[in-house]
Write a protein that binds this ligand. Sequence first.
Ligand code: ADP
Ligand code: MG
Length: 260
Amino acid sequence: MRIWAIANQKGGVGKTTTTLALGRGLATLGHRVLLIDLDPHSSLTRAFNVPLDPPPAGVLELFGTPPAELSTLAHASTVPGLDYICAQGALATLERRSANQPGLGLALQNAMTRHQGQHDYILLDCAPTLGLLMINALAAADRLIIPTQAEPLALHGLDGMVRTGEMVERSRRRPLPMSILPTLFDRRTRAGNETLKQMQDRHGQRVWEDAIPVDTRISNAAGLTLPLTSDDYPGRGLLAYRRALEWILADDAQQMERAA
Ligand code: ADP
Ligand code: MG
């Protein structure tokens, strides 16, 4: 079972879109995939058309006593092989309410350890907040995927996220490979092209040499799952995500070889 955290301390950079697109791609390759929505704003949960009032069962229950099992919280989506777990708005106050409970930083990792063998990939869609939920995700992850908008202001956020990843890596003493995915790329703008180059200069091999282009088919799909799951007419955004997935899988294979 491989666990990928999709995170960036900046909002609106394509984290949820990336989670959906990579998850869908893995399921198409025949893998059993579980997507977990760790953002109180619940964009991923909404993408599966889940009614939010009353709030669905989900991630909050992993922090209960006793904690729920992933398998009881997972829903099957309309895409074969693609399951998901919902986020709830109340996750926003989890940190405050659980201040006195020790050990919560590993709640997610513990739940996933108990879940071994039931999914091949678990993808964690993180909120842009560096808090308890992101710490849980990074502690458990085998890989950190950082979608970064290809525009100059995003570079600081990227550096911050890479530093956070490196800090986690040092404290847990297990490698945390990072894959930086340039997103929302407009090749007609000079700013976009220059940002891409700067990302590569600063972060080298960790940066995908290609980029996910701006694609109106993706922006029009906000709040809907369907266009993101269309295999017949995917559009250039989703085609780029397929190439990104191949790059990540190749790097994963290399990493596992090194570890063996
Ligand atoms: P985050 O999860 O980082 O906040 P989202 O994945 O929700 O970001 O994306 C933010 C907005 O940008 C959404 O409305 C989404 O549909 C849109 N979007 C994401 N990627 C693309 C893309 N490649 N082309 C066009 N719109 C995109
Ligand atoms: Mg999101």
